[in-house]
Design a protein around this ligand. Structure first.
Ligand code: GLN
Length: 313
């Protein structure tokens, strides 16, 4: 099936914004000091079809840091560079069922891998980025994510500095992984590049386009550039489906029926394979660190646009 006609998508995106705008639950993340300043009222939605059609409402052009939504796209780039098999073996692909920053997740798995959607596996993934030095590895990631977005993404220096000053826990995760032979570069370098990738600014529109690129087997719907191969895209969507919303990934799949990934700055990206991408931005988060409005909007649009992968029609 395809996305419904443009008039229907437009009216449903607008209805979702009206419907969930008044919701006031959730709390803006404050463990990264710079994120605590975000207004809880910001609210943007964008749907991007694989044909390049864009449907935006509200604060869809407002920049915010990508945070954990970088994880599937960096995993995609590393799979593309190293091959899916090797990346899987080194990083792991099983859901942890634990919080995004869990250290226990590493201890609980016999081979000490986790999965690329939580911090441990994401830092391991970043440590696999090709390049002779930190600068080249960062360039690989920044340019790769920019190809998914179809424009050059910029680092939010304030968010980066703020997280770099407070990311002792991620530094610890990187060292623990190294101790188990599950980190593949210098741990401080990997944590620093990971912190930078999380501090790249995006908009809900960018996330919709990035999602639509995965939805179309790796072709950016706006620039028409092939960013990666289709068979590898399918693997990325699989890990998003099982672990994209951390310990609430089961609830998410049950309700929405689509692969998605959240970030603590309030972003949420969802992919309807073969159809398009959805990007939402609303900073207040639930207890697991997932945007409250983002989840409501996505559930609504998945149902009303007929996107659930498990629906028979
Ligand atoms: N940079 C954040 C961290 O590592 C990303 C977490 C997230 O978005 N859930 O803590």
């Amino acid at each position: 099936g395809r996305m419904p006609d443009p008039a229907t998508v437009t009216s449903l995106v607008e209805e979702a914004h009206r419907r969930y705008g008044p919701i006031s639950e959730g709390k803006v993340a404050d463990y990264i000091p710079a994120l605590a300043q975000a207004s809880p009222d910001l609210f943007g939605i964008c749907v991007a079809g694989v044909d390049g059609a864009l449907f935006s409402v509200g604060d869809a052009e407002r920049p915010f840091s990508i945070q954990s939504m970088s994880k599937p796209f960096v995993f995609a780039l590393v799979c593309q560079a190293l091959g899916g098999g090797q990346t899987r073996e080194k990083v792991g692909v099983n859901a942890s069922g634990l919080a995004f920053n869990s250290v226990m997740a590493i201890e609980l798995n016999a081979d000490r891998t986790v999965n690329p959607m939580v911090n441990a596996g994401a830092i391991a993934t970043t440590s696999l980025a090709p390049g002779a030095n930190a600068e080249e590895k960062w360039k690989f990631i920044r340019e790769g994510l920019s190809r998914f977005a179809g424009r050059e993404l910029q680092l939010d220096e304030e968010v980066y500095a703020s997280e770099a000053a407070t990311n002792q826990r991620n530094q610890g995760i990187a060292r623990l992984l190294l101790g188990y032979g599950r980190l593949y570069s210098d741990p401080d370098e990997a944590t620093d590049i990971y912190t930078k990738q999380c501090a790249l600014n995006v908009t809900a529109r960018d996330m919709a386009v990035m999602g639509a690129t995965l939805a179309d087997g790796g072709v950016n719907p706006v620039t028409r550039e092939r960013v990666m191969d289709a068979d590898r895209c399918a693997r990325v969507l699989a890990v998003m489906a099982t672990a994209g919303l951390y310990e609430q990934s089961g609830d998410w799949l049950y309700e929405v029926g689509l692969p998605g990934k959240s970030g603590v700055a309030g972003g949420l990206v969802t992919i309807a394979p073969g159809k398009g991408g959805l990007g939402t931005f609303s900073p207040p988060l639930d207890g697991a660190g997932n945007s409250v409005r983002g989840q409501l909007v996505t559930k609504f649009l998945s149902e009303r646009l007929g996107l659930n992968l498990f629906a028979s029609q």
